[in-house]
Design a protein around this ligand. Structure first.
Ligand SMILES: Nc1ncnc2c1ncn2[C@@H]1O[C@H](COP(=O)(O)OP(=O)(O)OP(=O)(O)O)[C@@H](O)[C@H]1O
Ligand SMILES: [Mg+2]
Length: 222
């Protein structure tokens, strides 16, 4: 059985998060990137992600190409509520996986990948309104429904712990804000203080890959 994972990418602006995210999703043929920032356009085009701006259209196109595969950049309009948008997308992806599993068996169900960039905007660290919290279900249940999850943020301290507390894997780039370094200390458990200090000293494009209690240093190259 495939092991589904949840990964968090944290680091200050231009540290390398979106670059690494693009590389992590490159080999997935059923992927949706949620990113409300217009600057995604060049990366999305290079990575073969088709831009869709409305949730209704996204749902229709995912249903149409579910078996063949799809790669979408979901780019909600700047006026919409991003928390609601991510919640609606999460609910749709969980539902489609449940429906397929019920009809054809979970062993035949294809895997999906959801990658959420700029998470502090769409999954902030405050209580969600009722009906806006399906991304919490995604964090908890996604892997049981055959969904890989990646989230990236400049500000780990501002992302809900319902995401950052659930991760199998974390890629930590440079962070300097005290609140963010405290969030890293929490994530690092008994080695938290050393981890936060190591993160504070990283150069742009350098990261620490934290996976099952092991820390590996890496650096993105072009
Ligand atoms: N193809 C490339 N060749 C050389 N440098 C690149 C290339 N693509 C990105 N970079 C550089 O890599 C760095 C990291 O960019 P990236 O977009 O991954 O950062 P980020 O952590 O997502 O930042 P932000 O939080 O502002 O979105 C930037 O300085 C960018 O200019
Ligand atoms: Mg980015």
């Amino acid at each position: 059985m495939t092991n589904y994972w949840r990964a968090g990418l944290f680091g200050r602006s231009k540290s390398g998060k979106s670059t690494l995210m693009d590389r992590m999703i490159r080999n997935h043929n059923r992927a949706i990137v949620f990113d409300a920032i217009d600057e995604r356009a060049a990366n999305a085009a290079r990575e073969g992600l088709v831009e869709v701006t409305h949730i209704g259209e996204l749902q229709e196109r995912v249903r149409d190409s579910y078996l063949d595969g799809f790669r979408f950049w979901f780019h909600p309009h700047y006026e919409v509520d991003l928390v609601q948008s991510l919640s609606d997308l999460s609910k749709f992806m969980l539902d489609i996986q449940t429906q397929f599993g019920d009809h054809y068996g979970t062993d035949k169900r294809p895997s999906l990948l959801l990658a959420v960039d700029e998470m502090a905007d769409c999954y902030p660290n405050h209580t969600m309104k009722k009906g806006q919290d399906a991304f919490s279900n995604m964090c908890r249940m996604g892997r049981h429904k055959g969904i890989h999850l990646i989230g990236a943020s400049q500000r780990p301290a501002e992302v809900s712990t319902k995401f950052r507390g659930q991760l199998e894997r974390r890629f930590l780039f440079n962070l300097t804000e005290p609140a963010d370094l405290r969030a890293i200390t929490e994530m690092g458990g008994t080695q938290g203080a050393d981890l936060a200090e190591a993160v504070r000293c990283l150069k742009p494009l350098e990261y620490i890959d934290c996976h099952v209690g092991e820390y590996r240093h890496g650096r993105l190259t072009f």
